[in-house]
Design a protein around this ligand. Structure first.
Ligand code: SAH
Length: 252
């Protein structure tokens, strides 16, 4: 059995207890070295075979996992954040299905949650945005028709952009094309939860310049929308005295 484990955004204490327990018992770990904090590997026992998949092809990754299974014990495939987002796990699972190797998934704290925490932001604010779109700017990896940022941002949802720091100018242009004003709050978080985390809080118009000034070229999350504003907004109904629900009677 292969365990796909979400490593969390970087900080060693932001992996789940279940994920850390699997690393402590692992005999083989194949980790995505381009983003996973290597400090997490200190959970592994000294005898554990640890392999960085950053330079491996899909074939080589599957071979490493197969060899892990042949070695016996616990095999962990360690992915950054939560594996369900841009983890390329489905293609690995398809191959494991063909090989008759079973697997499960341990969720992780996605880096967009760590980026929001760094900003002390709430992405869903009453009257401003009640939806969040996790997306990417099209680049060398194309996006399907109808899923460009210029299509997605029209509804005013909070936009969270993965894999887009190197394409920030193009992303900003698409968001402007969608009708967002240049004054829309826009933030970037470099290496959320790592010791060298950096944040930028600015507007859509100034985002690219600010990110260049701060050297945010990779491992950066971009968040855009009115919900990122520091101005106080309408309070939620959840804690409103006049709004009754299953756990509290309305006072009116
Ligand atoms: N599965 C991961 C995302 C993988 S895609 C998750 O749930 O977080 C890789 C992209 O995630 C990077 O290009 C960057 O946009 C973002 N990312 C990953 N770790 C990050 C971090 N610590 N801080 C900011 N962005 C991060």
């Amino acid at each position: 059995m292969i365990h796909f484990v979400g490593a969390g955004p970087g900080a060693v204490d932001l992996i789940t207890v279940r994920g850390a327990e699997l690393l402590k018992r692992a005999s083989t770990v194949v980790y995505a070295g381009s983003l996973v904090n290597p400090a997490l590997l200190s959970f592994c026992p000294p005898s554990c075979v640890v392999l960085d998949s950053a330079s491996m092809s899909l074939d080589e990754i599957i071979l490493a996992l197969q060899e892990g299974e042949a070695r016996g014990g616990v095999t962990v495939r360690l992915h950054t954040g939560d594996p369900c987002l841009w983890g390329a796990i489905r293609e690995q699972m398809d191959r494991l299905d063909e090989l008759g190797i079973s697997y499960d998934v341990v969720p992780g704290v996605s880096s967009f949650c760590a980026a929001s925490a760094a900003l002390r932001a709430e992405l869903t604010r009453p009257g401003v945005s009640q939806s969040v779109i996790l997306a990417r700017q099209a680049g060398r990896t194309p996006v399907p028709d109808g899923q460009r940022l210029s299509d997605l941002a029209r509804c005013g949802s909070t936009m969270v952009l993965f894999l887009s720091a190197g394409l920030v100018k193009e992303a900003v242009q698409e968001l402007l094309d969608a009708g967002l004003p240049g004054s829309t709050p826009a933030c970037a978080v470099y290496k959320a939860s790592w010791p060298d985390e950096r944040t930028a809080e600015t507007t859509l118009d100034d985002l690219a310049g600010e990110m260049a000034r701060l050297g945010m070229t990779k491992t950066t999350m971009i968040l855009v929308g009115g919900a990122l504003s520091r101005a106080p907004v309408q309070t939620s109904l959840l804690y409103d005295r006049s709004f009754g629900h299953g756990y509290r009677k309305s006072e009116e």
